[in-house]
Design a protein around this ligand. Structure first.
Ligand SMILES: C[S@@+](CC[C@H](N)C(=O)[O-])C[C@H]1O[C@@H](n2cnc3c(N)ncnc32)[C@H](O)[C@@H]1O
Length: 260
């Protein structure tokens, strides 16, 4: 296997849309963030915008009204994949980290961070740094919306999850097969994820490339305390992107927070 990168470099950016068109779009997350953006009636910022899976349709919808949309991401490869799709005039991209971005004097009616990007902030100081930057960039009455996975106890109790196929799709005439494995570190609430992508052409494996990255997981009251500590007083917590209340079997924590 060749081509390891740091999680969101060349390998992941090349396969991201192929993989998540199947694995994530079905959750309804993009439609949910889009309706929040529509209701916000003001500028929109996404932290960890990636290839624009969620932000690009929002910017396209809001372009006729001239609503400014901004995407921040620390990966130039992910942002280049988004640029290659063609940016509407109201969408601007900024390479940077969600824990220390500075877009002053701009303020946003909605700031969001879709598909667990916040879980790439391993250290509490980075999580608080991000929430402080969000507060500073929210317009009065604005909302911060994000999702992280719900660490279901049955799942996180499995410390070593062996590699298994989790997606398969056709891209550029080749068949791509993705394999995932995970190692969990309950002391640090961290999952070490490994993805391996095989490219098959006419029954011959022509490439085999891997990436690895860490994700921090959060428990419910930890998230609530973190947000309270960062000055967010008005919280709504859901268990999915259809607005169901958070419940035991939920796969996600979906949060909307406002500064009181
Ligand atoms: C799972 S992807 C989500 C992309 C997009 N939000 C979506 O829903 O498809 C996570 C993204 O967060 C970005 N990211 C990770 N850590 C970051 C950080 N500290 N600051 C900014 N972006 C970060 C990655 O480069 C990647 O594009």
């Amino acid at each position: 296997m060749t081509g390891d990168d740091d999680g969101y470099g060349r390998v992941t950016s090349g396969f991201y849309d192929g993989a998540y068109a199947r694995l994530r779009d079905s959750s309804g997350d993009a439609a949910w963030y889009r309706s929040l953006a529509r209701e916000a009636r003001g500028p929109v910022l996404e932290l960890g915008a990636g290839t624009g899976r969620v932000l690009l349709p929002i910017a396209r919808e809001l372009e006729p009204q001239g609503v400014a949309c901004v995407g921040v991401d620390r990966s130039p490869e992910m942002l280049n994949a988004l640029r290659a799709k063609g940016l509407p005039a109201n969408l601007r991209l900024a390479e940077g980290s969600m824990q220390d971005f500075d877009l002053a004097p701009e303020r946003f009616a909605l700031i969001f961070s879709a598909f667990r990007a916040f879980q790439h902030l391993d250290r509490v100081e980075d999580q608080l740094g991000c929430l402080a930057r969000v507060r500073d960039h929210l317009a009065p009455g604005g909302a911060f919306a994000f999702d992280v996975f719900h660490p279901r106890l049955d799942r996180i109790a499995i410390l070593e999850e062996p590699e298994s196929e989790d997606a398969r799709w056709v891209q550029g005439g080749d068949e791509i097969v993705r394999f995932a494995s995970a190692r969990r570190d309950p002391v640090n609430q961290r999952v070490h994820v490994r993805m391996r992508y095989e490219r098959w052409r006419a029954d011959v494996r022509v490439a085999d490339e891997g990436v690895a990255f860490d994700m921090r997981y959060f428990f419910r009251f930890e998230l609530e305390h973190l947000l309270a500590r960062a000055g967010f007083a008005d919280l709504s917590l859901y268990g999915d992107f259809q607005g169901a209340p958070f419940a035991a079997g939920a796969s996600d924590f979906v949060v909307v927070a406002r500064v009181a």
